[in-house]
Design a binder for this molecule. Structure first.
Ligand code: FES
Length: 225
């Protein structure tokens, strides 16, 4: 198990909850995650950490993080785990949409999308304030309109509300939305596949998939079947 360190903690968690210093080979790609554990705590469960951006010596971690994790704390890290986003190289109109909660886990896509010259619209109701000027921000109510413009949609959503966001996704598809959509699904992941607990199960195309191992990023339109 490798160590990481909480290098910084942020009061405003809309951009990220913390900066984690760790070896480069542990930095998760957008949509992937690490399992982090405080070796000095009695908590038996590790915490999944999703990147909200990366640096040569670590990454920004999306919320939520335990309040007790303060700067200087050492962490045991396992990963990177799971399937992340695959931003199409041809995409030039990127929509990032948080169907609920924080958009932070989608923000790891900003750097690669900007690097390939894409225009980006962030769709959410609680945006961070310190984004690059070229990122356009729209409320969630405008998702359908933004998706008629986008050629690629990356969204995040919670498994608990899958009936609601799946219905919205179906409307996007019917309305000739983006050519490609990928969804990061948040679900409890107590074992991350190690114990095959099934706590993260999600119905996809009439079979049960594990968010921890088959995801957490899925082909968005496959989630409709
Ligand atoms: S979290 Fe246990 S199987 Fe996915």
């Amino acid at each position: 198990m490798t160590q990481g360190v909480i290098a910084e903690r942020f009061l405003d968690e809309r951009r990220a909850a913390a900066r984690i210093a760790c070896p480069p080979n542990l930095i998760p790609a957008p949509g992937q995650y690490l399992l982090a554990h405080d070796p000095a705590s009695n908590d038996p469960l590790a915490v999944p950490l999703f990147p909200a951006g990366s640096f040569p010596d670590g990454f920004l971690a999306a919320p939520p993080l335990p309040r007790a994790w303060t700067p200087g704390l050492s962490l045991s890290l396992r990963g990177p785990l799971g399937r992340g986003f695959h931003l199409p190289a041809s995409s030039r109109r990127v929509a990032l949409a948080a169907m609920e909660g924080s958009p932070a886990a989608l923000l790891a896509l900003l750097a690669p999308a900007l690097a390939q010259g894409a225009s980006i619209v962030l769709v959410c109701d609680s945006p961070p304030q310190d984004l690059p000027d070229e990122i356009e921000i729209q409320p969630l109510a405008s998702l359908e309109e933004v998706c008629r413009w986008a050629d690629y949609l990356a969204f995040s959503a919670g498994r608990a509300n899958w009936i609601e966001w799946r219905a919205r996704l179906a409307r996007l598809k019917q309305a000739a939305g983006p050519r490609e959509a990928q969804g990061l699904i948040h679900a409890p992941m107590p074992c991350a596949g190690l114990a095959e607990c099934g706590a993260c199960a999600l119905p996809v195309a009439s079979v049960w998939k594990w968010v921890c191992r088959d995801g957490p990023v899925f082909n968005g339109f496959e989630l409709l079947h």
